[in-house]
Design a protein around this ligand. Sequence first.
Ligand SMILES: Cc1cc2nc3c(=O)[nH]c(=O)nc-3n(C[C@H](O)[C@H](O)[C@H](O)COP(=O)(O)O)c2cc1C
Length: 189
Amino acid sequence: MTRRQRVVVGITGATGAVYGVRLLQRLKACSVETHLVLTPAGVLNVHHELGLDRRSVEALADAAHSPGDVGATIASGSFATDAMVVAPCSMKTLAAVAHGLSDNLLTRAADVTLKERRRLVLMVRETPFNLAHLRNMTSVTEMGGVIFPPLPAFYHRPESVDALVDDTVERVMALIGIERADPKSWAGL
Ligand SMILES: Cc1cc2nc3c(=O)[nH]c(=O)nc-3n(C[C@H](O)[C@H](O)[C@H](O)COP(=O)(O)O)c2cc1C
């Protein structure tokens, strides 16, 4: 029996909570099994930016895990997953992943994803970057992770913020191999 695709989603306290929420909605629409870890700072930003509480974001996932629950399924490489996306990813969580810190369930799951050589995508959000940020992004890239800052593209002439967000989320979904992802492709000038 083939199992459903299974993706771990982390939402941290960087600005851009909409990316994590939109990603959860799209994965659900594509029948992908999702495991969510929402950090305390992520809860703050989801509320501040989207007016959503923790429960309503957790309701979008098949399983919601507490950041302190390092005994959860996704803390072990023996639990098969296909990919992990941190959307958005703070510089603090980036630093923890870059240094193998595993200080909470989100960073442990990212560590597991890297050690099992599965796809890890960090939608890092900060501007401008300092040298620590840049070095940490290099480290994660050297370990096989993908640094995917949610930088909007304008060549499709997006008509709304939602369109910009959707375009970015579809690109991430295609990157982690979701068959029903629908990224816009450039047809040339
Ligand atoms: C409104 C708001 C916006 C923030 N935006 C960012 C950001 O874009 N990037 C970042 O690295 N941290 C940002 N932070 C700071 C993080 O939330 C903070 O470093 C936190 O400790 C991250 O913890 P976490 O990675 O466990 O969620 C923001 C905080 C607040 C309150």
